[in-house]
Design a protein around this ligand. Structure first.
Ligand code: MSP
Length: 534
């Protein structure tokens, strides 16, 4: 099947999250990164489809529901609503929420299985090995900790399995996968994850089982209803089902007609093998074009320690958002952690970083500048044009190329660099206003200079707010409104249609004489909470 390129379309996915428990900060992390990318693409006028959702089948969910005396479906429905509510609080603008219990998904999985079956890529054999239910994955004996614990879920014992299952002929795709990684060096990112995958594949690929006995919660294998389709085989196809329009009949052809191939799969490093090895091979078998790229981010720790309920070291994203709001949370995780590397959350560092960057450097700069403009120029942007400001003005000379630098940063998911580059402009703005001392220039009646200084600073704050809007949309809204604009960065339809990046990412577009709003703090300083977050 030939890839159908739909110009101007950008489709991206988060993983489909397990619903064994309410969402944790790890799920929030992937999702906020995905949302930042989606928002950046929309600023450029791309028609974006952000897919998220839930992975609801398998033994892990079956057992959790049982332990809570709920039916699996009842359990899934409850947990799904907590995901939806968290995404709402985190200002995630997803376009599709794909649930693997959607009846239409069953149709897609069945058809896909049929295609792979017809290729003779599925066969029955004996599966023996150590299984981690929490990962829903077989582990190699040499990977185990103390011979019985999963290396990821270190408090969970693996279970021995010895049963007849259906296998997918992964080994058949070894050469094709190796060629793919060579021909498309950007397929797996960052580089370290690519190397990890290449090294894994070079050791020789083994076929893997795609069905289970004694698991009821899932889809029956179309050719053998005594077996249930393995949760990962089903879940990955949730990305395909998500593309079906609501009134579309559930067929692969319909699902793949728009938005496929996915431009970007965002995942955590623990599920890299499924996405970068198994998934492309499954797609090759079914003759479906491969996704654009797969980016595996790192793991979060809290105060330097692994997070986990049983370890008594968790970070509740709902509580974090309730106390500090979504901009602060999004900014901290995307700025403080290099995307792709592991990173840490520490409450004091969180509060200090956010206060220093957003409340002091950015918020105060706007506030003090606006006050002067109100005092000196009756609340209108000074009568200067960006082009008239000399090229060697330090803010202009940095600002003219910032849009491009930031665009490259967002494209390569280097959120931390993006924030750093924007903050440099803000800090240069603070330095510039202190050095130029427009209040003194005013006293000396050098009004032209006062106008030019205040214009340059306001324009730099505007540019910073615009470029940060994929990460801190509410703060950017506040700044834009104070500057007299009516853009709403949370109105995704309008943002996509307006495609403002070409103009607003430039330095020097602030309209002279535009009426400014009354100065108000745009970002309130965060305070250490009364109760310790856990
Ligand atoms: N259901 C599968 C994905 C199927 S995709 C077709 C799954 N779900 S999950 O809920 O367990 O994990 C979802 C994501 O959360 C993964 O990308 C994982 O890397 C991420 N995280 C889980 N714990 C994490 C941290 N402590 N830190 C950062 N991300 C982590 O896997």
């Amino acid at each position: 099947m030939e890839p159908k390129k739909t110009e101007n379309l950008f489709t991206l996915t988060t993983p489909l999250y397990y619903v064994n428990d309410v969402p944790h900060v790890g799920s929030a992390y992937t999702t906020m990164a995905a949302d930042a990318v989606a928002r950046f693409q929309r600023l450029q006028g791309k028609s974006v489809l952000l897919i998220t959702g839930t992975d609801e089948h398998g033994q892990k969910i079956e057992r959790t529901a049982e332990s809570l005396n709920r039916s699996p479906q009842e359990h899934c429905d409850q947990i799904v609503s907590s995901f939806e509510s968290l995404w709402d609080k985190l200002d995630i603008q997803y376009d599709r929420f794909s649930r693997t219990t959607d009846p239409r998904h069953a149709e897609i999985v069945k058809e896909f299985f049929g295609r792979v079956w017809d290729q003779e890529d599925i066969y029955l054999s004996q599966q023996q090995g150590w299984y981690c239910v929490a990962c829903e994955e077989f582990k190699e004996e040499r990977e185990l900790i103390d011979e019985k614990y999963c290396p990821i879920h270190t408090n969970k014992q693996v279970e021995w399995r010895d049963e007849q299952n259906y296998f997918f002929r992964l080994s058949k795709y070894q050469k094709q996968l190796e060629a793919l990684y060579q021909e498309r060096p950007d397929f797996i990112q960052p580089e370290s994850r690519r190397n990890e995958v290449i090294s894994f594949v070079s050791q020789g690929l083994q076929d893997f089982s795609i069905s289970r006995l004694n698991v009821d919660w899932g889809f029956p294998v179309p050719v053998d209803p005594n077996q249930t389709i393995y949760v990962w085989f089903d879940a990955l196809l949730g990305y395909v089902t998500a593309l079906l329009d609501p009134d579309h009949e559930a067929t692969l052809e319909n699902a793949l007609s728009k938005g496929w191939p996915i431009s970007l799969h965002l995942i955590g490093k623990d599920i890299l093998r499924f996405h970068a090895v198994y998934w492309p091979a499954m797609l090759m078998s079914a003759d479906i074009p491969l996704p654009g790229r797969i980016f595996g981010h790192g793991f979060l720790t809290k105060d330097g320690k692994k997070m986990g309920k049983s370890l008594g070291n968790t970070l509740d994203p709902v509580e974090l958002l309730r106390q500090f709001g979504s901009d602060a949370v999004r900014y901290y995780f995307l700025k403080e952690i290099e995307f792709g590397q592991d990173g840490d959350f520490n409450l004091t560092r969180f509060i200090n970083t956010v206060n220093a960057d957003l409340a002091n450097d950015l918020g105060n700069l706007l506030n003090r500048t606006l006050r002067m403009v109100h005092k000196y120029f009756e609340g209108r942007i000074p009568h200067v044009s960006g082009t008239a400001i000399p090229e060697d003005n330090p803010l202009k000379s940095y600002g003219v190329t910032l849009g491009q630098t930031v665009a490259q940063g967002y494209e390569s998911l280097a959120f931390s660099k993006v924030c750093g580059a924007i903050l440099n402009l803000v800090q240069a703005g603070n330095k510039y206003i202190d050095e130029q001392a427009p209040w003194a220039l005013y006293k000396q009646e050098k009004l032209d200079l006062v106008e030019s200084v205040l214009y340059s600073v306001l324009e730099s704050v505007r540019l910073a707010a615009y470029l940060l809007s994929p990460i801190t949309p509410n703060l950017s809204n506040g700044i834009y409104h104070q500057l007299g604009f009516s853009i709403d960065f949370n109105d995704k339809t309008a943002i996509e249609a307006a495609a403002t990046f070409e103009t607003h990412a430039l330095w020097g577009i602030l309209p002279p004489e535009q009426v400014l709003a009354e100065p108000q703090p745009v970002f309130l300083r965060l305070e250490l909470p009364e109760t310790v977050l856990s």
